[in-house]
Design a protein around this ligand. Sequence first.
Ligand code: TXA
Ligand code: MG
Length: 307
Amino acid sequence: MKILQPTEENLSLAAEAIREGELVLMPTETVYGLACDATNPEAVQKVFAAKGRPSDNPLIVHAADFEGVWACVNEWSDEADVLARAYWPGPLTLVLPKAPSIPEAVTAGLATVAVRVPNHPVALSLIRESRRPIAAPSANRFMRLSPTRVEHVEPALAKHVSIALDGGASAVGIESTVIDLSVSPPTILRPGAVSRAMVTSLLGALGQANTGERKAPGSYSRHYAPRAKVAFARHIDPDEFGLTFGMPESDKHILMPRDPELYAAALYDILHTLDAHGAETVFIDPLPEGPEWEALRDRLAKAAGPS
Ligand code: TXA
Ligand code: MG
């Protein structure tokens, strides 16, 4: 993996790599993505191999604008239009019926495709220059923590990447909200920075995600996990690594912001850093109850999930 600054010249090189079916590390405002040409099934196969991801878990396709998205979907509803106009470019992914140009390898054989316009100048330039829709899952090995900086990418994944574009730290810091618009009423499959309240204020009542036999693809009880074990504790021993809301009692404790946006922006970077320090367990002060903490409760519950 060659790490390059996103100069005009390097963006051209990365776009060429995409067109040639290679993998590029792409910064986005949520997390870094492992990007490839979504219309090239062999390139898509490389993404699954690099991540060690089961082939039944579909990828998100990224476009630079509405026209780019429309080329990937077969249907554009009023609901899609309202949400996209409010939150694109941004941390919102819409699941819609797929266009024939999107290979089944991307959608894991589903008739729907997940699409989003990322809010990051480097991602937008890469998509425009490559002149392709870009499939990009988070650039972590299966079940692990997503990278929010180039330095977070694991060697086991990096060896599959030709070029990494360094776009600095991802501002949002957790993965996009995924909302299924192919069902009625629409359903949030993965909470994110675009909150349930923001979606319901535009669409009205939402459905319940399926958790039984027909559960959403990619909904595992363990996910987004650092190497260290994650556990919740109201009082954290000074000898243990901890993320706390109260005054730190030890230099192994990190004071976390009481604002969910700031918490999300910092969380993965801190967990990657604690992993690099060889932390065995990270204790986490339980999150507040409010709806604005839903996405972070989801990520931390999964990070602490059964291995
Ligand atoms: O913020 C993000 O969304 C990042 C950046 C790189 O854009 N990408 C990301 O991709 O998180 P990934 O592959 O790690 O997560 C995509 C999620 C998975 O849970 C997957 O199951 C779901 O979206 N998904 C993708 N296509 C779907 C579909 N057709 N129907 C239902 N869920 C889908
Ligand atoms: Mg992921």
